[in-house]
Design a protein around this ligand. Structure first.
Ligand code: HEM
Length: 218
């Protein structure tokens, strides 16, 4: 403990950390808040779990047609705690979507989308879209029968969009059917593009919330 205190003192002398830290830690919470206000924070905790378990899975997963499924089998059967980490990643993905829906219903029910919080709501809608796309892109990665057919159905739904459907389907698949191209695209989306996008959106969401505070009761 002493070493922690001394390290903090060392950094505090140089960067004056105490004041902003105390401001954050001692911020008073409005008395009208209740446990339903935790849904947003819980969604964020789940995102943290996904980040951690996702990195662990990426140490062993291989994004090619021949190796994807065997690498997942290896994670399940040979890597210590591999089955646990994969199960946690899959279950938390579902739980994160459920929690985001609860959070959305909560903020909708108290009318928190009204001025001046319109952009918090808009960033939330985008966050929800990104969260669902995380789930969709992750579902193909094990490359088993379930993954293959679920992605076939999902990309056909995208293909039914008016005007842009055909392009969207070809863009997602990297061709006219599921191949190694599709797997590479979904992998890039899942581990590169979406994490970057969600971090930017979360930063915007949280900055707006901290600037405006939590909304008052109706
Ligand atoms: C990854 C997904 C999301 C995370 C991690 C997240 C996180 C949070 C957190 C921590 C708060 C502050 C505490 C609270 O009021 O719950 C919050 C507030 C808010 N969120 Fe989200 N959120 C997410 C998605 C969404 C979605 C899908 C919507 C709506 C479409 C949304 C709209 C809002 C609004 C309007 C507020 C302000 C609430 C108020 O001032 O009373 N968020 N969010």
């Amino acid at each position: 403990m002493d070493i922690a205190r001394r390290s903090f003192h060392y950094l505090d002398q140089r960067y004056r950390l105490r004041e902003p830290l105390e401001y954050q830690l001692n911020k008073r919470i409005p008395s009208h808040l209740n446990w339903t206000n935790c849904f947003g924070g819980m969604t964020f905790v789940m995102f943290g779990i996904q980040l951690l378990t996702g990195v662990l899975l990426a140490f062993y997963y291989r994004p090619t047609m021949d190796e994807a499924y065997p690498s997942v089998l290896r994670i399940m059967q040979e890597i210590p705690f591999g089955g646990f980490v994969r199960g946690l990643h899959a279950w938390t993905a579902n739980a994160m979507i459920a929690m985001a829906i609860l959070h959305m219903l909560k903020v909708f029910s108290i009318g928190a989308f009204r001025p001046p919080r319109e952009f918090t709501w808009v960033s939330g809608v985008l966050l929800f879209f990104v969260t669902v796309t995380f789930g969709f892109s992750g579902y193909l990665l094990p490359m088993n029968q379930l993954a293959y057919w679920a992605t076939t159905v999902g990309t056909q739904i995208a293909g039914a969009l008016p005007f842009v459907g055909g392009y969207a389907q070809i863009f997602l698949l990297g061709g006219s059917q599921i191949t190694g191209e599709t797997l590479t695209r979904f992998f890039a989306l899942h581990v590169l593009v979406l994490p970057g996008v969600i971090l930017v959106l979360l930063a915007a969401h949280f900055t707006m919330i901290r600037r405006q505070g939590i909304s008052d009761p109706l």
